[in-house]
Design a protein around this ligand. Sequence first.
Ligand code: RB5
Length: 140
Amino acid sequence: MKIAIGSDHVGLILKEPIREWFYELGYELIDVGTSEFERTDYPIYGRKVAQLVADKKVDFGIIFCGTGVGISLAANKIKGIRTVVCSEPYSAKLSKEHNNTNILSLGSRVVGLELAKMIISEWINATFEGGRHQKRIDMY
Ligand code: RB5
């Protein structure tokens, strides 16, 4: 399993412990930054992760900013990318099963670390169901 992660300076608060958790789980990671708390701009990192996913250099991506909103909007501009912002596990799971999301976005000002892990686990372990859901995806 190869995962790309990225965040702005606000999302870094959550990206750091999640990165360590992924290493413990044995996932192969590409961390596109940021790695410092100096103010920066979330589109840079959203686009970097999205490009890695779109180019199939990684299996999927996880991105972080304050709300998860800005960085997800930036990532969604890349062709082939379907990013979802989630602050609870149910939508995360269904976003993979029904919408085949390939990037998950989390807000460091919205969810705590343990909830973030739960959301990520549900999302990673879910499988796209295809069928009628693929037909709908093909419509946009
Ligand atoms: C940065 O202050 C903040 O705007 C950013 O992290 C994010 O929440 C944007 O959507």
